[in-house]
Design a binder for this molecule. Structure first.
Ligand code: SF4
Length: 681
């Protein structure tokens, strides 16, 4: 390439063991690997061989921006980390996205990304000022909560720096620890914070004075006007009387205030909910929270998300007239439905969610739970969707009668939740240590049959007026908790949606649904709804969703706008505007497939992934009924897996891509390696 647009040209290799830095030209990887996650996949394939564990110094943290980052293209501020995830079971290579301004600042400093390797001899943080990367002692930061760390770094380096930090959870190697920006954007999946902790790395602080030049500024402006326009305009502060998802809202005594904010540099969408003047877990002063999906569930958990149409909340199956980017509902900024849509009635006929009865609405307690997770640096999802429901259900079923946590289990009590989180984050006592290993591992030590598989009898379907089985552990594949999988708190989505989501999860190594909410067209729904496991349309939609997720983390863009089923070349337009490299939708899709197959090769080479492993990892959760009493049989599930593998060009028996598939995407060398180790079909 003669002149680089979109990229700034350098990736820093940062060795924490010997405090050295070297530089790799970004063009070693792009544009073949686009940016973001696809470049990370290539680096990991090249550099991290089988046998490395998450907390080994040989594990690497690979961080990449995308070509849109800091160009002003909306949603491009999101960036991605990859590493070996300590939170997955078994430990496997995984990824985590993050918003905020850190990625843009890294590019202003002259780097498209960095590779962290080794382990610092003592608590350390990195200070990056333009080209200079220095290793500084973090002895005085170690032990500090997330926001105190952010504040201290701003006192030291000036309040225009951008930092990512870990809290005590990361330091203490809590397997679901997160990494956090100053505005509470987190890389919470994969346990990345614990990998930082294992490397004695408390924070990375950056100031950049450079610029990032997009190739086509006019097109960038056009994209700013068009993406999700006009619904995501800036909103004033609003006084609310209720809180919760539309249809399952709860009264907040005294009311509360919210505003809409954009989470990431350069994004103009203001789709995050900013909750103002909330109760803190640590100080008398009020705090603000940026609310995303999971936050809401800390406040009340006595019924499932109500069923709002065939795709359920978020409009998984959409029409052109009623098209919603994923999860917009949670920002309470959904456009009013277009009632002239011929499918309006089918899409929007409301139905009741299941009664779950885990805990009642408590606004202050919900805020405290959020604050605890934010300040300790823990993945909220694991706490709110898995740990607390498990304790609630298990207590009601008598599972914990012989367990002494040192305090009576009571998830309704703010005091108990504070006690529990403190015990886990600081690894206090036997149970603190055990739960610090994450739910999947803890349950296996305690005994899965009793502590995972015991049935909770309190779930009641109001669709069919029947009590339904639900295990007390909401575990799905790879040591992660259910997420749009038709069971547990998000049970009220219909079978065509949850079989697709389970297929997404099956081929992953972590919870996929934070970047890969399932999307499909309503006309497809009408065709596949009666037998979703036998429809090629299901497999096709899953492949589309996976490829788009690869692009979202590579171009980069955001799950809240992509994929747009009715503007399918949006990501290609973003890429071309940023880089000036002409890219059609088909070419970009091929790049996504290349990245996806490389990810597949990594998990086959490093972790022995096979069809047998992944089918068995996901199947158990689908044997529990959804709100309509629906499950899938072994044969149904395997028929869908056949359809999906065939579409991917993967061998049906092993689940391994064929040589022809690798070579289609220019991965001939990858096929050679896999052939040598006997992992080509
Ligand atoms: S669309 Fe929303 S969630 Fe996505 S980057 Fe923009 S503000 Fe953040």
């Amino acid at each position: 390439m003669d002149k680089l647009y979109g990229y700034v040209g350098k990736i820093a290799r940062i060795n924490l063991t010997d405090s050295t830095v070297s530089v790799i030209p970004t063009t070693k990887y792009v544009p073949e690997y686009i940016g973001g996650r696809s470049v990370c996949n290539k680096i990991f394939w090249d550099e991290v061989k089988p046998g490395v564990k998450a907390f080994d110094p040989e594990n690497k943290v690979i961080y990449m921006t995308g070509p849109t980052t800091a160009t002003g293209i909306p949603t491009g501020g999101r960036t991605v980390f990859t590493t070996i995830s300590p939170n997955s079971l078994p430990e496997q290579y995984a990824w985590s996205g993050i918003g905020g301004s850190f990625g843009a600042e890294i590019k202003f400093a002259g780097y498209d990304g960095f590779i962290l390797e080794g382990k610092a001899p003592e608590p350390t943080y990195l200070y990056i000022e333009d080209n200079d990367i220095t290793f500084l002692s973090a002895r005085n930061l170690w032990g500090k909560l997330v926001h105190a760390t952010q504040r201290r770094l701003e006192e030291i380096h000036g309040n225009d720096v951008k930092s990512i930090v870990i809290g005590p959870a990361g330091e203490n190697l809590i397997r679901n620890a997160s990494v956090t920006t100053s505005n509470d954007n987190v890389a919470a999946k994969a346990g990345l914070g614990a990998v930082f902790g294992s490397k004695n790395l408390k924070a990375i602080t950056v100031r950049g004075t450079g610029t990032v030049v997009p190739a086509d500024s006019k097109k960038v402006l056009e994209l700013r006007m068009k993406m999700a326009h006009p619904s995501m305009l800036k909103r004033p502060v609003i006084n609310e009387t209720h809180h919760g998802l539309p249809g399952a809202e709860n009264l907040v005594p005294g009311g509360w205030k919210r505003a809409q904010v954009a989470c990431s540099y350069g994004c103009n969408q203001h789709c995050m909910c900013l909750m103002l003047d909330m109760k803190s877990a640590f100080t008398e002063e009020k705090v603000n929270h940026v609310e995303k999906c999971v936050s809401i569930f800390a406040f009340a958990f006595d019924q499932d998300v109500p069923y709002g149409g065939p795709g359920g909340p978020g409009g998984i199956f959409q029409t052109e007239q009623n098209h919603f980017p994923a999860c917009k509902m949670i920002a309470r900024e959904v456009d009013p439905p277009d009632t002239s849509d011929p499918y309006f009635k089918q899409e929007f006929t409301p139905g009741p969610g299941d009664i779950l009865d885990f805990w009642k609405h408590d606004f202050d307690k919900g805020s405290v739970i959020n604050d605890l997770c934010n300040e300790y640096g823990v993945d909220k999802w694991d706490v709110i969707i898995w740990l607390l429901p498990w304790l609630s259900m298990g207590k009601k079923e008598g599972v914990f009668d012989d367990i002494d946590f040192g305090k009576e289990i009571d998830v309704e009590s703010e005091e108990f939740v504070r006690y529990l989180m403190d015990m886990i984050v600081y690894r206090k006592g036997y149970y603190g240590n055990l739960l610090a290993e994450g739910m999947a591992r803890a349950i296996r030590v305690l005994g899965k049959e009793k502590f995972g598989d015991t049935i909770y009898h309190g779930r009641y379907s109001r669709q069919i007026n029947k009590q339904l089985d639900l295990p007390i552990s909401l575990e799905t594949a790879w040591g992660h908790s259910v997420h749009w999988q038709g069971r547990g708190f998000e049970a009220s989505i219909a079978k065509p949606a949850w079989v697709a989501t389970n297929l997404h999860q099956m081929t992953a190594t972590r919870d996929t649904q934070t970047i890969q909410h399932h999307h499909d067209k309503f006309e497809n729904y009408l065709e596949l709804k009666d037998d979703p496991c036998r429809s090629p349309l299901t497999a096709k939609a899953v492949v589309m969703g996976e490829n788009k997720a690869e692009l979202k983390d590579s171009v980069t863009c955001c799950d809240w706008q992509s994929p747009n089923l009715f503007w399918t070349d949006m990501e290609a337009q973003m890429f071309t505007a940023a880089t000036g490299i002409p890219m059609t939708e088909e070419e970009l899709n091929k790049a996504a497939e290349r990245s996806r197959n490389l990810f597949r090769a990594i998990i086959i080479r490093n972790y022995d992934r096979t069809r047998e492993l992944e089918v068995n990892a996901i199947f158990p959760i689908m044997q529990f009924p959804d709100p309509w009493g629906e499950t899938v049989t072994w044969d149904e599930w395997n028929d869908l897996v056949d359809l999906y593998y065939a579409l991917r060009g993967w061998d049906k028996e092993t689940g391994w891509p064929t040589r022809e598939t690798y070579e289609n995407y220019g991965l001939n060398d990858v096929a050679d390696v896999l052939e040598t180790i006997g992992k080509l079909p």
